[in-house]
Design a binder for this molecule. Structure first.
Ligand code: 9YT
Length: 131
């Protein structure tokens, strides 16, 4: 039996901050569960292009609101507290937060914790030609 507290993950090496989001990794591959579990905040006013080509992800919004657009077909789905979206086709998507959105995310296969620095499939949307 293992107990993990968000209060202990906060500020640790498993608390990852990027411009558009902050993700606290509660369970990772090393925990041996077959999935990873994340408590993620998508920051208000941001738009993030995401493609998890190697992972399936389910995302449960528990606070805030925004929308997700699947870029292959241009469909837009509103997200609010109580909404789950499941990327069952490794869908490329744009995630937009109108308010800070708090998401409980599950990945299969589990994230190891190293993907952030290379190939997690998360790429910020470059909006400025000079960047
Ligand atoms: C909403 C979403 O896709 N969250 C992913 C978690 C985050 N990118 C992480 O922990 O790397």
């Amino acid at each position: 039996m293992k107990i993990v507290k968000l209060s202990e993950v906060n500020g640790s090496e498993h608390d990852i901050n990027s411009e558009n989001w902050r993700s606290r990794r509660l369970l990772l591959r090393k925990d041996g569960m077959g999935f990873s579990l994340h408590d993620t905040i998508i920051r208000a006013g941001t738009e993030t292009f995401i493609w998890y080509k190697n992972h399936l992800e389910a995302v449960y919004c528990i606070e805030g609101k925004g929308e997700v657009e699947t870029t292959e077909d241009g469909k837009v789905y509103p997200i609010e507290a109580g909404t789950v979206y499941a990327l069952d086709k490794h869908d490329k998507h744009l995630l937009r937060a109108e308010e800070d959105m708090r998401m409980v995310c599950v990945f299969n296969p589990p994230v190891t914790g190293k993907e952030h620095h290379d190939e997690n499939g998360v790429y910020p949307l470059i909006e400025d030609d000079d960047e």
